[in-house]
Design a protein around this ligand. Sequence first.
Ligand SMILES: [Zn+2]
Length: 502
Amino acid sequence: MQLAILGMYHETNTFSSVSADYDSFDIYRGQEIIKEYAKSHTTVAGYLACSDEANDIEVVPLFFAITGPIGTITKEAYDRITGEMLSLIEDRGPWDGILLALHGAAVSEEFPDADGEITRRVRTMVGPDIPVGLSIDMHANVSPIMVENADVTTVYRTNPHLDPRERSLECASLIIETIKGNIAPLSWLETPPLTINIVRQFTDEEPMLSVLKDLHEVLEKPGLIHGSVAQGYPYADVEEMGMSFLTIVDINQFSDRDDALRTARETSQWMARRAWERRKLFIGETPSPREALTYADEAYSGPERGPIILMDVGDNIGGGSSADSTYVLTEAKRLKVKGYLQTLYDPECVQLCIKAGVGASIILKVGGKTDNFHGDPVTVSGTIRTLFDGKFEDEGPTHGGFRFYDGGPTAVLDTDDEHTLVLTSLRCGNTSREQMYSAGVTPERYRVILAKGVVSPRPAYAPIAQEIVLVNSPGITTSDLSFFKYHRRRHKLYPFEEAAHY
Ligand SMILES: [Zn+2]
């Protein structure tokens, strides 16, 4: 039995001015995929782990393209990536099954449902009889096109995402059982008009705890072989934007197809209805930079309990933001907060630091250069502590299960007002403390650390944090959704329209 692995992984913030062109993707083929991902905890790793020589199951990694969450995928990039994917399926086949690793919130210039379109094209190419598995991120804005064209769709169940590998393993196992004829999967996707604010998405806390409890309860039902909840991604302006509930049943365990479909539908609708009834809990309110910093400065109780971690919601790098917002830094300077640490994307300033060299004193205008949504450049003076190539490795657990990271050439600046700025040349999320250690910075020694994310930095920073505080800074990932002008989302959609009904 031969299964192909292919994927394109991109979460598209349609409000970002940084478009995802072909060069912004890292592309891996064949053995390169094994080298990069086999030892990680990503979706691709789960698929790779299904190879089983004893049982004659061969999983063949063909193609995987990935870029960090930035703006819309250009038509050229989408055509080249999907073109190569389809050619590889055709040239290297025949296949018994196809395993797709997509994000589920990708948007291209031509296709608002870019992942749905990939799934549709793959289905059209292989025909109706070859099982197709799809494993996607919990932030997916799941569309009927994705689900209809896949035999099995699985979604992460954790945010921060610590289970991509488990979910793709399940997806592949269900596809293998389908190929063997042991099961006949049938899915029902329910998409109530409901969005969940990014600051309510941590799955270890309410309201998500109850949503997942409902999911685990329905998974016990006879005939059900899988179930998922997707939180959706509010920064992609697409029709599907919002939460969704997916149930997969095995037709063989029901009297007929209609009976199976009824169970799948009723189960998805039950989960959706329960979430809908709790919809007011999905709205988020968080303090401003000034409120959060003032609180942190006073609440910090000493090194034995660790730093207070502020989550920069408006500059959520994993949500597609610029990584160079200066709103919180500006306020930290104004409030004279000491022992403050953060990263800032600023390749120009990194080059100036490289020229000046380690130990040099320097005056820089840092950050605020990508667009007009993330504050102005801030003048800082200080001493260059270290320079390094920005590459680091983390065995985990990390958000998304990734292992190898690249922040590009990086400079660490200790400013005269007792702040440390880690200046990077690539937009690299704060999802691993190794980012700091490898730059020669010990985060435990700081009083207040700004992590540019909402949920994704938790696995890295919760272990050393006295407390985690979310900060509603302005920016293209702000939790204040009234900031965004949507053109394609559904009407009416809660909480944008209070009168939305389900
Ligand atoms: Zn995600």
